[in-house]
Every structure is written in structure tokens, then in C-alpha cells.
Ligand binder design. Structure first.
Ligand code: GLV
Ligand code: MG
Length: 350
């Protein structure tokens, strides 16, 4: 047998570490807002930003210069005490450096032992396979035991190597700590030798073109080069009961293209995306919250079929057990949004 048996999975990996969770906490995570831990000015806005977003992430990895890594780590620890995170209900995550870097061990050791009761999730970059998760899982359990942490810190892996994509199902299933996966289009493009310098989105070179037509130019349309990876990632996450996310959109000035990328991810099943700039927060909030008209229509479906079985016609559209489940996905998400945002609750009629 090469996998753990179900009961083994839910034993703490170190004596004194907290019991692994059987269910993920139900949380709205529409945007994971990146804060460079070493940047004093940006870090000082943490309380203000924490009130606006679902998740704040202290970034220690890429985009943090090598000579600021230790400062970024100290900044991340400081951020844990800058806000009453539990009271506010905003998630606090950190992205640590990769397992093969000189910083990983100290990143994880310091975060868990100095702020482990506040940090909800550790984002692990460049995960190649389940062995990376197993190593981090054991290490974090030892540190949790040492620091007396009372509830387990969860893991979020970034899918940013070809091998990681090939093994995404095993990564998702590697530990009960797994909370979700994000698509990392920049590192993934580099690792796959995709010939692009963009961070997410479409590319004018990747399109379909119609057959030749007399008297006019042939029409063509860009396609989504991330569609395959996103679909594979969503199914792997669903299989393990964890959450899929789209990652970064690098062209900060192109809000329309960012919105389109987020919409594609939302429609395909993703729970949220990263915001790298305050301008992307509202886009994520709008896109990853269901539209009011869709919520109202879904509520009518649930009302028409109170026990979720049978058939009903609403506005000429056939409804049955399956559409009832589709409607429930929308309404469940709308309820989470409504609980956080009274204006949206009004718009939804909830
Ligand atoms: C994110 O980390 C990416 O590489 O796209
Ligand atoms: Mg990356």
C-alpha cells in the first residue's frame, strides 16, 4: 500500500500537534491580497486593507529581493499583531519561499512558532509533487507541537511547474492540511518553456482562425492558453474537496483583461484569485460574488423544487435535480457574500 489509510490521515504528525481538520472552514476567499512583507509603507496599510479584502497574504517569495527576505519575514510576523484577524473575519496567509531555497526552513519555523495561532494558511510555491507537501506537513506538525498551536495551519500549493500540473491530483490529496491550489501562470510558463513574458491572460499568438473567405480578412479570436491547466486543477481540487483559485494577473493597467481572466476562472469553478494591486480588489470582489439576477433566478429554482427532486419550468427553462444543485451552488455562495456585505444581501434579496 503506497498511501495512508483513512484513519492514519487524521492522526497528528507530531505528539502535541493539533488534530488535522476533517472539513475545511467555510470561508469567503474571493481575493488573496498580496502584501510585500518588507515594505514598511505598504505594510502599515494592513489594517485598512484587511477591512476591504477576504484574505491578506504576507509575501516572502518572488518579488521580494534576496537582501530583503529576512525583513519580509519579520514584517509578516508583525502583521499578525496589527489586526484582530479573528474578530474582523479576514484570513491571514503567508507565501513562504520554495522548499529548495535557503529561506524556507526559517520562514516556516519563525511564522509557525511566532505567529502560528494567527496565520491560517501557508502558501507553498513551486510544488512539484506530493513529497513536497509530506515534508512540509511533518515539519509544520513538529513546529506546531513545539509552539503549542491549537488549530492546524493549512496549506495552499501553487501550480507552477509542468510536473506539478502532471501530479496535481496527488498534491491535492497529500494531506488534510490542503486548503486549495492556485494557478501560477508566470512560473508555469517559464517551466514549460511557453514563449511568453506575460503573467496570465491571453496572447495574440494563441488563437483560432477561420477558413479563407473571399473579399475580406479572415476572422480570428484569441483562445485561453490556461484553459487546460485550469480545468485539470479544478477537477483535482474537487476530487479532494479543496478549493481552486486563479493566481496573479500581471498587467495591472489592463483591468478589462484582468476581469476577463477572473471571470473565466469563476465560471470554471474557482473560488477566487490573487490581487497584486488595490485596483484588482474590486474586480475580484465583483467577479467572485454571484450576480444578483443569477441569485434571484436560483432562489426561484430552489423554491419551485423544495426537496430538490422532480421537474419544473421557469421562464421556459427546464429545471430538475441537477439544476437544483447548480442553483444551490450559487445561493450558498450568495449567502456567504450576504453575511459579509449588507449591500449585497439587499441586492440578492437575502
Ligand atoms: C505566481 O507565483 C506565478 O508564478 O505566476
Ligand atoms: Mg511564481
Amino acid at each position: 500500500m503506497s498511501t495512508k489509510t483513512p484513519r492514519q490521515f487524521f492522526k497528528p504528525l507530531a505528539i502535541g500537534a493539533p488534530q488535522p481538520l476533517r472539513e475545511l472552514p467555510v470561508k469567503l476567499e474571493r481575493m488573496i491580497h498580496f502584501v510585500p512583507g518588507h515594505n514598511e509603507k505598504v505594510r502599515s496599510k494592513t489594517p485598512e486593507m484587511a477591512a476591504k479584502v477576504d484574505v491578506i497574504l504576507a509575501n516572502l517569495e518572488d518579488a521580494i529581493p534576496a537582501d530583503a527576505k529576512i525583513q519580509a519575514r519579520a514584517g509578516a510576523i508583525e502583521m499578525a499583531s496589527m489586526v484582530d484577524w479573528k474578530k474582523l473575519g479576514t484570513g491571514l496567509w503567508t507565501r513562504v519561499n520554495p522548499l529548495n531555497s535557503p529561506w524556507f526552513l526559517d520562514d516556516v519555523t519563525e511564522i509557525v512558532t511566532k505567529a502560528g495561532n494567527v496565520y491560517d494558511v501557508i502558501m507553498l510555491p513551486k510544488v512539484e509533487g506530493p513529497w513536497d507537501i509530506h515534508y512540509a506537513d511533518q515539519l509544520v506538525a513538529q513546529l506546531e507541537a513545539k509552539a503549542g498551536i491549537t488549530r492546524p495551519i493549512l496549506f495552499h500549493a501553487i501550480l507552477e511547474t509542468g510536473q506539478g500540473v502532471a501530479l496535481v491530483e496527488e498534491i491535492c490529496a497529500a494531506s488534510p492540511r490542503m486548503q486549495g491550489i492556485s494557478l501560477g501562470p508566470a512560473d508555469l510558463a517559464a517551466n514549460r518553456a511557453m514563449k511568453t513574458t506575460r503573467v496570465g491572460g491571453g496572447h495574440p499568438m494563441y488563437k483560432v482562425i477561420e477558413d479563407p473567405v473571399e473579399g475580406r480578412e479572415r476572422l480570428s479570436a484569441q483562445q485561453d492558453p490556461w484553459h487546460y491547466t485550469l480545468g485539470k486543477m479544478v477537477d483535482a481540487c474537487v476530487t479532494s474537496g479543496i478549493k481552486p483559485f486563479y493566481g496573479p494577473f500581471g498587467d495591472i493597467a489592463d483591468l478589462a483583461a484582468c476581469e476577463q481572466q477572473f471571470k473565466n476562472a469563476y465560471l470554471m469553478g474557482c473560488a477566487g484569485a490573487w490581487s497584486l494591486h488595490p485596483g484588482q480588489i474590486d474586480i475580484a470582489k465583483r467577479v467572485f460574488s454571484p450576480e444578483a439576477a443569477e441569485v434571484k433566478f436560483s432562489l426561484r429554482i430552489l423554491e419551485a423544487m423544495p426537496d430538490g427532486t422532480g421537474v419544473a419550468m421557469i421562464d421556459g427553462k427546464m429545471q430538475d435535480d441537477a439544476t437544483w444543485k447548480q442553483a444551490k451552488v450559487i445561493v450558498d455562495l450568495a449567502k456567504q457574500v450576504a453575511a459579509k456585505d449588507p449591500e449585497m444581501a439587499k441586492a440578492y434579496g437575502l
